[in-house]
Design a protein around this ligand. Structure first.
Ligand SMILES: [Zn+2]
Length: 403
């Protein structure tokens, strides 16, 4: 059994905070129907001998009531989100319209209830909601990992759902020489000057990484925490404008298999909404914090319009010694990058690599290694090496095919 504890420190903090009811001021038109369409982009080979195209379950584009986008031309604040320079606007979204950042959103809000009412619950497996043991980590005692009936990644690294109406997770780049790049936990927010570690961390907050990626002509998948987007929408808009592939990484970063169905919906809904308001687009991809996903959670995310993306190489940069990090030394992460660079030439397929825009240490690591990696690999977003050219529900946004 392999358990990766990506972002455990972050999520452990969240566990301790009780969700507070949030004010909601927009209710109109919320119960309009979702747009539904058959998902035909993925074909799953069933055996070596035969390859069949699977009819996956209908997938929905999440519906949002009319609201003014933070970046729309009619919004007087719009210009503040268009900065391409070193300083981005610090103006948050209207937080009164969102759940309290970094807390578990209210499942009884009309917005969340509207999504719950639209999901076809017959298509969602009735797996157990997972529990924590006394040390605060996920409890695997009552789960048979060898049978793995729920394709629970945390227990087995399973990426091929048992239910046939879900596509496999994206977790690697199929073609040799491709390095699928991903950054989780952003946008990396600027701290108030009075906050701890502000002087050390703020030079590495966004747009530092986005400037670096732009300079090196690298596009990435970015898995955004809704709470971070709500606080720092200008960074999300900058990343979208630069051509990065924006995906969801939940509102408050919990281990998702420990949430009830309604709580899963709430975490996913508010993140999509914050991304939509900040950037104008609605992602069709998400990544579960710590990779903690099973078929129940996958099925809910799928019906809310998102396919699951994991990874096959973990830099463990999230555990580096820095605020919000852990106790790993930089040399231990350096060793991983060195080994992957060495082994790259003998691999039969590409890879998807997990990195973070979490603190100064993770950004330093990215800036140190990406130029070297780019010399040896074709560095591309994880979605792009899997031939995704329409990563959003908005059909007018099309990204170039790389194959
Ligand atoms: Zn994370």
């Amino acid at each position: 059994m392999q358990l990766l504890l990506t972002g455990m420190v972050l999520s452990a903090t969240v566990q301790l905070v009780c969700a507070a009811p949030a004010p909601y001021s927009f209710l109109s038109d919320f119960f309009d129907s979702f747009k539904r369409e058959e998902y035909t982009e993925v074909a799953t080979p069933s055996t070596d001998q035969e390859s069949t195209s699977t009819a996956f379950a209908p997938q929905s584009s999440p519906f949002f009531p009319d609201f003014e986008l933070a970046m729309s031309s009619s919004n007087e604040d719009a210009v503040r989100y268009d900065t391409q320079g070193k300083v981005l606007s610090r103006k948050s979204l209207n937080l009164k319209k969102y759940p309290e950042p970094w807390t578990r959103p209210d499942i009884y809000s009309p917005q969340v209830q509207a999504v719950i009412n639209i999901i076809d619950w017959n298509l969602v497996p009735k797996s157990q909601v997972r529990t924590f043991n006394s040390e605060g980590s996920i409890n695997f005692d009552s789960y048979d990992s060898s049978k793995d009936k729920d394709c629970w990644w945390s227990a087995s690294n399973c990426v091929s759902p048992r239910v046939d109406y879900l596509p496999d997770d994206i977790y690697t780049c199929p073609q040799k020489g491709e390095w699928g790049i991903t950054f989780d936990d952003g946008p990396f927010n600027v701290r108030e000057s009075s906050e701890l570690y502000a002087n050390e961390e703020n030079p590495f907050a966004e747009p530092e990484l986005y400037n670096f990626l732009e300079k090196h002509d690298i596009k990435s998948n970015l898995f955004y925490i809704g709470s971070n987007v709500a606080y720092y929408p200008a960074a999300a808009k900058r990343a979208f404008d630069d051509g990065h592939y924006i995906c969801s990484h939940t509102w408050s970063h919990p281990p998702m298999t420990t949430l009830t169905n309604a709580e899963v919906v709430a975490e996913l809904y508010w993140t999509l909404r914050a991304i939509k308001e900040a950037t104008g687009i609605t992602p069709r991809c998400w990544r579960p914090p710590q990779g903690d996903v099973d078929d129940r959670v996958r099925a809910i995310a799928w019906q809310m319009g998102m396919r699951t993306i994991l990874w096959d190489k973990d830099t463990e940069d999230w555990a580096l010694q820095a605020p919000g990090g852990g106790s790993l030394s930089a040399s231990q992460v350096d060793k991983k990058f060195s080994r992957w660079l060495r082994e790259g030439k003998s691999q039969t397929h590409g890879t998807v690599v997990l990195q973070h825009e979490l603190n100064s240490a993770t950004i330093r690591m990215a800036e140190k290694w990406l130029p070297k990696i780019k010399n040896s690999f074709k560095v591309v977003p994880a979605s792009a090496c899997n031939d995704v050219t329409r990563p959003y529900w908005e059909e007018d946004v099309v990204y170039p095919a790389i194959h």
